[in-house]
Design a protein around this ligand. Structure first.
Ligand SMILES: [Zn+2]
Length: 325
């Protein structure tokens, strides 16, 4: 991949979770053929779609930079989200750090002995000036855990993102969750279920397929290769909510939301809302919201359109998909 300096640079992230019960993910970022003498790396302050400043850098610890040949490289904090790496003559650089992940919500990350769930905005640093850099992600799951994500798969536990926006716009579920599959327009749709409640797998699968088919009828085309619905079935006290992504969504629900019908209808309506966002907001969005500035607030007066239209369509499409009596 050519960067704007005309050099060919390589970027990869290795994600490990050797002791899930400690809630720390370990990240090794490897940069090869970097062409400048200084580097700044930043952890986003917010997650697109959830319009709230959370300063994820506060969960980073034990950050260290070395040359790939082993020499130490000085690394210092520049501001609350950014570190300066004085790489000097070194072109091949490794940055390692740990991230505390013990907050299970749609826009944060969570690691314990039951699973790992992450939003890249909380976990991956980006190199300032190089957000358009293609990156490879290698995941080493704990034990026999598997991985579900909307990221493009290029090998066993290996994924590729064409830029930082894509990398962090694909939440990742790692664990022994159930996966259900269906196809629409020849495209695979995966439903990930973490946790258990009063769900009926076959019904969820059939109903979500109906929603996707109803949208296909309106738009004539599904603008992705694969789509992933990540559902966290949680206890009543946990935070509920949904967050939209380019080709996936995460929805946290009360594990007993699947019956009676009134409550199941609310669940389907959230599914429809988040799914519609893949067009409205993720592909048609207020200019202020993209390309993203991950360091600070992004102001827009168009949320009425982003959320209002989505609420309207989300419900109307339930009617069109024949799921409402
Ligand atoms: Zn929304």
């Amino acid at each position: 991949m050519l960067t704007h300096q005309g050099y060919i640079m390589k970027l990869s992230y290795l994600l490990e979770m050797e002791n899930p019960e400690t809630h720390f993910f370990r990240v090794t970022m490897t940069i090869e053929d970097y062409s400048e003498e200084n580097m700044s790396v930043t952890m986003p302050a917010w997650t697109p779609g959830s319009y709230e400043i959370l300063d994820f850098a506060r969960h980073v610890r034990k950050i260290k930079a070395t040359a790939l040949t082993g020499e130490n490289i000085e690394l210092s904090k520049k501001d609350k989200s950014t570190w300066k790496v004085a790489n000097g003559k070194f072109r091949d650089i490794k940055i390692t750090y740990e991230v505390f992940a013990h907050d299970l919500s749609v826009h944060t990350s969570h690691l314990d002995s039951s699973h790992g769930y992450l939003n890249g905005t909380n976990i991956f640093l980006y190199i300032e000036g190089y957000k358009d850099q293609t990156a490879e992600l290698i995941i080493k799951p704990w034990g026999d855990w598997k991985v579900s994500t909307g990221l493009e798969k290029v090998g066993d536990f290996r994924y590729r993102a064409t830029n930082f926006d894509i990398l962090v716009d694909s939440p990742i579920e790692i664990g022994n969750h159930r996966s259900l599959f269906f196809n629409v327009e020849g495209k695979e749709h995966e439903i990930v279920l973490y946790g258990h409640g009063n769900e009926n797998e076959e019904k969820i699968k059939a109903d979500i397929q109906k929603i996707v088919e109803a949208y296909l009828k309106i738009f004539g085309h599904l603008p992705y290769k694969r789509y992933v619905f990540i559902f966290h079935l949680l206890s009543e006290e946990d935070n509920g909510g949904g967050l939209e992504h380019l080709n996936s969504t995460t929805i946290d629900v009360d594990r007993f939301t699947f019956a009676p019908f009134e409550s199941y209808k609310r669940f389907l309506s959230v599914v429809s809302h988040e799914y519609f966002h893949l067009w409205n907001v993720k592909r048609i969005r207020p200019a202020e919201l993209g390309p993203f500035n991950y360091k600070e607030e992004n102001y827009t007066s168009l949320l009425w359109m982003a959320e209002g239209f989505t609420n309207y369509y989300g419900r109307m499409m339930l009617l069109r998909s024949g799921l409402l009596p």
